[in-house]
Design a protein around this ligand. Structure first.
Ligand code: NAD
Ligand code: GLY
Length: 370
């Protein structure tokens, strides 16, 4: 079992990472939820019940309520915010009380948002159960819901009291969700650490195929360490934190153009987006051919998809670029894009529509590259 601390201006909090650690919850509750008398456990239908049973067995001395929401991105919606806050009011929750989110990034983002606005902020514990949420969304305090115009348009920065990552939950996680989470792990290596990239080349298959608990725990711990480091430097994404969006501007556009259907899930779009961003880094003269080849090789070796053609067609490509320009990370006419100088070294490039690299990508797409 490992403990990692996230240090932010607002709060310092631990991430507990281990295998079969639900039974430690009571210990953490005593320290980090001292004055809590009521807990609302928020989860979704597809989360195997055994994890909730294990968790609830280890919550002691407080009144515990549970709400199970439908599965899927659609719950990141204001209707569910109202539904949960109504429950909190009905059960007389005050600011010392707590919401525990157990599930993937969807329920984590929604619960975090509710915790941040109910009575202007109550306690929050994140128990992420997908690889993606364990290495990314449960750490760093971004919360959010969607509106009719886009994803995560409404949100807050709100840090939890602690995060409990039990890798036992990955035993039931479908293969597709494993590669989606792996995308974010690969991202940390590409933007921050060549050695970690080399390690993933060797160990990636063990992680993706769930053949080694130990390697999975190392990958989660490393990823959370990187994320905590970036968040410490720039909690509110004034600048540096944007590097975590490597590949994501492309990814969000692809997801939006596909109407967030199950045809493509977030991490899969990130895999495509990271390849587009790597290739663009190469075409703009930053990333050497050898590094681009190494990136392609790891995708091939691990069977990660970077083929965009099913999702970016001649018909929708202009729409995709339009969505990219309207991304919430863009500033008026300017768009921020994360590029690589080499594997492990990234930087933020601000460019305008006029000087945009879009013609370059269009040409590549036309010529059948990527
Ligand atoms: P998700 O929450 O939809 O989970 C994916 C699927 O796996 C769901 O069907 C879920 O029910 C199921 N599942 C979860 N845990 C399981 C388990 N242990 N066993 C079996 N099935 C399980 O998706 P996700 O990929 O975890 O998260 C995506 C969301 O995270 C998006 O809404 C995205 O915007 C958000 N996100 C937020 C941040 C952030 O910083 N806050 C970062 C990245 C992504
Ligand atoms: N997932 C990107 C961030 O937390 O900043």
């Amino acid at each position: 079992m490992k403990t990692l601390f996230v240090k932010t201006k607002v709060k310092n909090y631990p991430i507990f990472i281990g295998h079969n650690i639900f039974n430690k919850f009571r210990k953490y509750q005593k320290v980090y939820l001292k004055n809590t008398n009521n807990i609302l456990v928020v989860s979704t239908k597809k989360i195997p019940e055994k994890y909730l049973v294990k968790l609830k067995k280890n919550i002691k001395g407080v009144k515990t309520y549970t709400v199970i929401l439908p599965d899927g991105e659609k719950i990141k919606n204001n209707n569910y915010v109202v539904q949960i806050t109504d429950l909190l009011s009905k059960y007389n929750f005050n600011r010392n009380d707590c919401i525990i989110s157990i599930g993937g990034g969807v329920v984590g983002d929604l619960s975090g948002y509710v915790a941040s606005i109910y009575k202007r902020g109550i306690n929050l514990v994140q128990i992420p159960t997908t690889l993606l949420s364990q290495v990314d969304s449960a750490v760093g305090g971004k919360t959010g819901i969607n509106n009719n115009y886009g994803k995560n348009i409404i949100g807050t920065f709100y840090q939890p009291n602690f995060v409990l990552i039990d890798s036992v939950t990955l035993s039931t996680l479908p293969k597709r969700e494993m590669s989606a989470g792996f995308a974010e792990i690969l991202k940390y290596s590409l933007i921050l650490d060549k050695k970690f990239f080399n390690w993933l080349c060797l160990k990636g298959n063990l992680i993706l195929k769930k053949r080694s608990k130990n390697e999975i725990l190392i990958a989660i711990h490393k990823s959370c360490t990187y994320k905590a480091g970036v968040v410490k430097k720039d909690e509110f994404e004034n600048s540096h934190r944007a590097i975590l969006n490597f590949g994501h501007t492309f990814a969000h556009a692809i997801e939006t153009a596909s109407n967030y259907s199950k045809k493509i899930i977030h991490g899969e779009a990130v895999l495509i987006g990271m390849m587009l961003a790597s290739r663009l880094s190469n075409r703009l003269g930053y990333l050497k051919n050898k590094d681009l080849k190494d990136i392609k090789d790891i995708y091939k070796k691990l069977g990660l998809n970077f083929k965009y053609k099913k999702f970016v067609t001649n018909k929708n490509k202009n729409n995709i670029f339009k969505i990219m320009i309207n991304d919430k990370k863009s500033l008026g006419e300017k768009i921020k894009i994360i590029l690589l100088k080499k594997i492990g070294v990234s930087f933020i490039k601000e460019t305008t529509l006029k000087n945009s690299f879009i013609p370059l990508i269009l040409k590549d797409i036309k010529n059948g590259h990527y």
